[in-house]
Design a binder for this molecule. Structure first.
Ligand code: GRF
Length: 213
């Protein structure tokens, strides 16, 4: 089993998409061992509890310094023999040591077609505000492995979403979630569990065909 920890900070609709797919039997080989939030008020924790998944809050506010917070996070991951970390709307910047230890074993969802509208400070509604400001006709979402940079790791899956003339940042955010994020994040997890995702020597992701394809 691919022991998977999902890290969240907010509402958890991407987490829900994963839990729903798992409940339908669509994630064979994946075991969600825990959901970890840095924010005690995150609704994502409730979603985890409802699905019978361990819900943990590890908040930086509960520790004297960043180092102690990161140590607690690392310990929680180790104790659960974590194979894969899914950042599903997680606003915590992970320490480099953790990123190195979990090289190509941490995935993140970003609500744009990377390399557009990404990088430090470009998250949440800001991404969609920038897309509308620039006047792009197509945006979307990206699932990528996490490296030491911000949104710079190897790209696993992307899905495009049409921008409509009447879109506001809020309507665009919602459509990008519904049409892209909730689809490609669980799909990336399924592909990884099937052992079909690898990163080649140039740092690009290869997806092997399904058996029999
Ligand atoms: C999503 O837009 C995701 O792409 C971004 O944060 C948002 C999280 O939403 N990183 P939710 O908590 O999954 O509902």
């Amino acid at each position: 089993m691919l022991k998977t920890v999902v890290m969240v900070s907010g509402g958890g609709t991407n987490l829900q998409a994963i839990l729903d797919r798992a409940a339908r039997g669509g994630l064979p080989g994946v075991e969600i061992t825990a959901v970890i939030s840095n924010n005690p008020g995150a609704y994502a924790l409730k979603r985890a509890e409802k699905a019978g998944v361990e819900a943990l809050c590890i908040s930086p506010k509960a520790y004297p310094d960043r180092g102690a917070f990161y140590a607690a996070l690392g310990q929680a991951l180790d104790e659960r023999h974590t194979d894969l970390i899914v950042l599903a709307g997680c606003l915590v910047v992970l320490p480099e040591e953790l990123v190195r230890r979990y090289r190509n074993r941490i995935i993140n969802i970003h609500p744009s077609l990377i390399p557009s509208f990404c990088g430090t400070g470009c998250y949440g509604l800001k991404v969609h505000e920038k897309a509308l400001e620039r006047g792009v006709k197509v945006t979307g979402a990206t699932v990528h492995f996490v490296d030491e940079g911000t949104d710079t790791g190897p790209i696993i899956l992307q899905k495009a979403v049409e921008v409509r003339q009447e879109d506001t940042p809020e309507t665009l955010q919602r459509r990008v979630m519904e049409e892209a994020e909730w689809e490609i994040l669980p799909e990336a997890l399924a592909l990884i569990a099937q052992g079909r995702v690898s990163v080649d020597e140039t740092g690009r992701v290869r997806i092997a065909p399904a058996d029999g394809e």
